[in-house]
Unconditional design. Structure first.
Length: 314
């Protein structure tokens, strides 16, 4: 997927600069029209709000510009009228503007939680509006998935005095596979509780190693990219118990792996999450070094499933 906002900005900045014109000789101010991305991934939400597929132009005009948009059936597994509908088969770039959007309504009730549906959109325009430098950007692949409403009560239970009503999660961990410590398996049944003071935070009791809880934050700001986050410097275990040696102050620290390299995300529909976690050690406040990044699968399960697992001794 390629983004063109920076290209358009660079063109605008370079319009009066000789050095820029010499470096970017392929563009001399002509008008081109394109989808901003060749691939977009979009959440279909229960509220019925449409998602937007961006269209960009290289220049602004002092009049409105209207173009047709068509659906290409070839290679599509989403059915127009069943899984989605376009708000309109035309788009308009207002006078003085460089962009607009194709608005798409995903039909929430007709999409299953496990569906990954896609279709292709094409701009209908004159050939001279197609930029030879990016010949395929009059088309874009639109992927949709169902995004169920987030409810923290489905991810974490409550623990107040003698009342203990946890939610259960089954962890399958490459960290435990690599560094089991006292664990006898790389799978682990975990009790999950809502944080008593923080929104959208779940306390995972002894997530990786005995005696150390981990707080997970569910970031729901972007329904198309629901993220799972681990705040920095959380202690998840003891060096000697896990590694058999201590390089730092004896504590194993963790945080989310860098988002640019690893993506930790969750599905409200499937009650499933993938978590990339980075381990490191410090000598008090001084960084000693990184242990590594480890992939983990988290599956929230029913009480009945948890009881069966406990009977099996996990």
């Amino acid at each position: 997927m390629k983004r063109f906002f920076n290209i358009l900005l660079l063109i605008a900045l370079c319009a009066g600069a000789v050095s820029c014109r010499e470096q970017y000789t392929t563009y001399e101010g002509a008008e081109y029209l394109m989808f901003t991305d060749t691939l977009t991934t979009n959440a279909v939400v229960a509220s019925g709000e449409p998602f937007k597929v961006a269209v960009s132009s290289t220049v602004a005009r002092n009049y409105d510009r209207t173009y047709a948009v068509e659906v290409i059936d070839k290679g599509s597994n989403a059915i127009e009228g069943k899984h989605y509908r376009l708000k309109s088969n035309t788009i308009t770039i207002p006078a003085g503007e460089l962009s607009t959007n194709v608005e798409v309504y995903g039909l929430y009730d007709n999409i299953e939680p496990t569906d990954s549906l896609g279709f292709t959109l094409q701009l209908v325009m004159r050939d001279e509006l197609k930029w030879d430098l990016y010949p395929n950007h009059n088309r874009t692949k639109v992927v949709m998935f169902k995004s169920c409403p987030f409810d923290i009560n489905e991810w974490g239970g409550t623990q107040e005095g003698s009342i203990d009503r946890p939610k259960y999660c089954l962890l399958t961990s490459l960290l435990l596979y690599s560094y089991p410590g006292t664990n006898t398996s790389y799978s682990r049944l975990v009790k999950c509780y809502k944080h008593p003071h923080l929104d959208n935070v779940v306390i995972m009791k002894e997530l990786f190693y005995d005696g150390y809880d981990v707080e997970l934050t569910f970031n729901t700001e972007n329904p198309s990219e629901p993220r799972l986050e681990v705040a920095a410097d959380q202690v998840i275990g003891e060096e000697f118990a896990v590694f058999g040696i201590a390089w730092g102050d004896g504590k194993i620290l963790a945080q989310s792996s860098p988002a640019g390299t690893y993506i930790s995300q969750f599905s409200s529909c499937q009650k499933f999450a993938q978590l990339y976690i980075r381990l490191y050690v410090k000598d008090m406040t001084t960084m000693v070094g990184y242990v590594g990044d480890f992939y983990n699968i988290l599956e929230w399960i029913s009480d009945e499933e948890a009881e069966e697992i406990m009977r099996e001794g996990l």
